[in-house]
Design a protein around this ligand. Structure first.
Ligand code: NAP
Length: 355
């Protein structure tokens, strides 16, 4: 790419927004031009707005910290006219987010979203680039509906499913009948740190609002097919999820139980994971799935940073006495599961000519 594309981060002061700032610091294709948040932060430098909320041990990049004055995400006309596309990660009511993302798309500014508001909109693609890049085709229908030439909305799925979908997808050809998944999710997934979530210390909370529904339904859209200008969800496999919040800063773990419609050798499953190759985009991990033979891996702290936080760690593959097999996965929820997954999606859509 000869010239870097200018981007805005909507929700730049949040946990995901800060990850975008960190990931995009030296990105070969994209350059941050605008940072935007609520009207509470607008008019301040990034450093002033964050106060002591910068989550990383490294300093805020100098040119970001002092030179960029935060805008308000509500200034859509101005922001959309100054950048090539936006990353959106705002914490607002679902209907407000829907409207905001439509507004930017309508202003001919592509929106790559972390939010759940448009995940069920049938002509908005929800993409994990290694799994369903072909769903980007639906952007043509969406543009027709919105009456836009450039503008569109594309989303990445919920952070809970990004740790196990890349492990399940290469096994799909074995005929997956049903899945039970239990997730152990980090507090940054709720936009929290230990200082603003004291009730999680020494504790596990067995409920995350809306998370089980997303974990059960979003894989079916990702495995869905395009028909009549819509993405039609796959009718199988059946998925049942239980999602818990655990006292971990970053990194989601999932225990996955899978029933196939025929008997599969464990070695064949490991072979599929090892042969699951990435697309060669700037943020593609060297290996999508890394399988650990050590019974004590993957561990959240040890393995969430694998391949710069874009890799999926898998281990403990074994026979199950109720289902056929069971295994454990870990991924980084604010990198692969949020900002990194969105940057990879934007790279894919640039590569395919949609941005
Ligand atoms: N955390 C994760 O692992 C994760 C993973 C996947 C998806 N997501 C999704 O990504 C989005 C952001 O999550 P987060 O964890 O980064 O949240 P967060 O830390 O609470 O950050 C929220 C951001 O939204 C802005 N905001 C809040 N109210 C606003 C308003 N009324 N108008 C404009 N901006 C407003 C905040 O700006 P101020 O600082 O000015 O208030 C801040 O920049 C959410 O939709 C979340 O569901 C999060």
């Amino acid at each position: 790419m000869p010239k870097k594309l200018s981007v805005a981060i909507l929700g730049a002061t949040g946990l995901v927004g800060q990850r975008f700032v960190q990931i995009l610091e030296n990105h070969p294709w994209f350059k941050i031009k605008i940072l935007a948040a609520s009207s509470r932060s607008a008019g301040k430098t990034y450093k002033e707005a964050l106060k002591d909320k910068w989550i990383f041990k490294t300093q805020i990049p100098k040119e970001i910290s002092k030179e960029i004055i935060l805008d308000s995400v509500a200034n859509a006309e101005k922001i959309a006219s100054e950048v090539d596309f936006v990353f959106c990660a705002v914490n607002m009511e679902k209907e407000e987010i829907k409207e905001l993302e439509y507004k930017y798309a309508g202003l001919e500014c592509p929106v790559i979203s972390n939010n759940s508001a448009h995940r069920v909109t049938s002509d908005v693609p929800m993409i994990i680039p290694e799994i369903n890049p072909e769903h980007s085709e639906i952007i043509k229908s969406q543009r027709k509906r919105l009456g836009t030439k450039r503008g569109f909305i594309a989303v990445k799925p919920n952070c809970s499913i990004q740790c196990f979908m890349p492990a399940l997808h290469p096994l799909k050809e074995f005929g997956i009948e049903s899945i039970v998944v239990c997730t152990y999710q980090a507090i940054s997934g709720a936009g929290k740190t230990f200082s603003d979530f004291p009730e999680i210390i020494d504790n596990v909370i067995p409920f995350i609002k809306g998370e089980e529904e997303k974990t059960e339904n979003e894989p079916l859209k990702i495995w869905g097919t395009i028909n009549n200008n819509k993405i039609i969800n796959s009718s199988n496999p059946i998925i049942s999820a239980h999602c818990a919040r655990v006292p971990v800063s970053d990194g989601h773990m999932a225990s996955v139980f899978v029933k196939f419609n025929k008997k599969i050798e464990l070695a064949k499953i490991i072979e599929k994971w090892q042969n699951f190759t990435a697309r060669g985009l700037p943020s593609s991990p060297e290996n999508i799935v890394t399988y650990f033979e050590d019974q004590k891996r993957p561990q959240t702290v040890l393995d969430r940073g694998l391949c710069g936080g874009m890799g999926i760690s898998v281990g403990r593959l074994r026979r199950c006495s109720i289902f056929d097999v069971k295994f454990v996965c870990v991924s980084h929820n604010t990198i692969r599961g949020a900002a990194g997954g969105s940057v990879l999606l934007a790279e894919l859509l640039c590569n395919l000519g949609y941005i």
